[in-house]
Ligand binder design. Structure first.
Ligand SMILES: Cc1cc2nc3c(=O)[nH]c(=O)nc-3n(C[C@H](O)[C@H](O)[C@H](O)COP(=O)(O)OP(=O)(O)OC[C@H]3O[C@@H](n4cnc5c(N)ncnc54)[C@H](O)[C@@H]3O)c2cc1C
Length: 371
């Protein structure tokens, strides 16, 4: 009996009994919906390119869906050396079983040493399903990724109620797997001159073996998509109540953007959690972020500091948010924001389309309000 207990569980042989040396390279599982890729997929390719160069190993992508051939090419333009690609009608909509079976097939056949997924609802479901079939672990919701000289993935994620960052290593098994948050990493510049190998993979499950069916998608009429927003107008405790968000919404509408929030604004019940930006909310990378009545605590700025252009409006000239803002307005947001919205609306008439022009106009309007 004692002899029995010493034996490892099936498939979990200790490191010295298994040769993992044929596992090489990083595989990013590209997530798409209706043939449109999630930004996090390209961001993960960008970060993985840096790690793959360090490992001197190939960067691979897996594209699954229907009518997604263009995404296989896009994956190359965003950094992949090799793309595994499966296009089939039964894979049009995400379903756990056929997608996980296909991923497992690719992982077992092509043996990547690292596999990464976006920490989206789909990515978390898929990565978890795959991890249960492989003799390996999964680090969820990472905000930092790196590799060390022993080729180990250093997957870091907030821990202990987000008070510290824990780095997790998977020393004994391959592949090393992680999901990573959207908005944290930077995608490479899309480059159509890049070339790569595209390998077609057959689906691993016919429709008659798939137990679930997708009958229809009903788009939520509530909620906000901060991840894809190019302009975010965010409000904090300085709004003083839920009515303040109506003022921000007007400016967001004038800029073609959406409304974000700090945690206290959400905790006070002024707005729903999907609007929250920061360590325990969304990490965003819009082209323009306007912070209104937000002090600039690190738990907030960690979620928006990589925005291309930051405008801060705060009545306290010492507020830390001004340290990371490209443009700051010291004043009462209830005067500044409506004036900005009004200025934007009047400038919009002769305004050429495009976010660049909108940002230029917003900053010019901010300057005119400020003077
Ligand atoms: C584990 C942990 C996780 C956290 N996660 C997050 C997170 O994800 N996101 C997040 O935002 N916070 C998070 N926090 C909270 C964070 O520490 C700060 O408390 C929070 O960001 C502060 O929010 P705020 O800037 O809206 O409020 P405050 O810090 O109270 O700032 C309000 C600002 O409004 C200004 N103001 C007031 N009235 C006006 C006016 N009329 N016009 C202009 N300015 C005005 C004030 O000068 C002040 O600077 C977290 C904290 C912890 C401990």
């Amino acid at each position: 009996m004692a002899e029995e207990r010493k034996k490892p569980a099936v498939g979990l042989q200790p490191e010295n009994e298994v040769d993992w040396s044929d596992y090489r390279g990083i595989l990013v599982v590209v997530e798409q919906r209706d043939s449109v890729a999630k930004k996090v997929s390209w961001q993960l390719l960008g970060e993985s390119k840096r790690m793959a160069d360090k490992l001197q190993a190939p960067l691979m992508a897996l594209v699954i869906g229907h009518h997604v051939e263009q995404l296989a090419h896009e994956a190359v333009y965003y950094g992949a050396d090799k793309v595994f690609y499966c296009d089939s009608e039964e894979l049009k909509d995400y379903r756990t079983r056929p997608y996980s079976k296909l991923c497992l097939h690719v992982i077992r056949q092509y043996k990547p040493e690292i596999v990464l997924f976006g920490a989206t609802y789909t990515g978390r479901d898929l990565a978890g399903a795959i991890a249960t079939h492989l003799p390996t672990g999964l680090t969820a919701d990472c905000t930092q990724l790196d590799v060390n000289e022993e080729r180990l993935l250093m997957a870091s994620r907030p821990a202990f109620s987000e008070k510290m960052l824990a780095t997790i290593l998977c020393k004994q098994f391959k592949p090393q797997m992680a999901t990573a948050r959207s908005g944290v990493f930077q995608a490479l510049q899309r480059d159509e001159t890049r070339t790569g190998e595209i390998i077609t993979v057959d689906p691993q499950m016919p429709e008659n073996e798939i137990a679930t069916q997708v009958l229809e998608f009903i788009e939520s009429t509530q909620g906000v998509n901060l991840e894809d927003a190019e302009v975010i107008v965010s409000g904090g405790r300085g709004l003083g109540g839920p009515a303040g968000f109506k003022v921000l919404q007007e400016l967001a509408d004038a800029l073609g953007g959406v409304v974000g929030a700090s945690r206290p604004a959400f905790e006070a019940g002024w707005i729903s959690h999907d609007h929250q930006v920061g360590q325990t909310g969304s990490t965003v990378r819009p082209k323009l972020y306007i912070a209104c009545g937000i002090s600039g605590a690190v738990q907030h700025t960690v979620g928006m500091q990589h925005s291309d252009y930051i405008v801060a409006i705060n009545k306290d000239p010492e507020a830390p948010i001004f340290k990371i803002a490209n443009y700051g307005i010291v004043g009462d947001l209830f005067e500044v924001v409506p004036a900005l919205a009004k200025a934007m609306k009047s400038r919009k008439k002769g305004n050429p389309q495009g976010v660049g022009a909108v940002i230029g106009d917003a900053v010019a309007a901010a300057q005119s309000v400020h003077n």
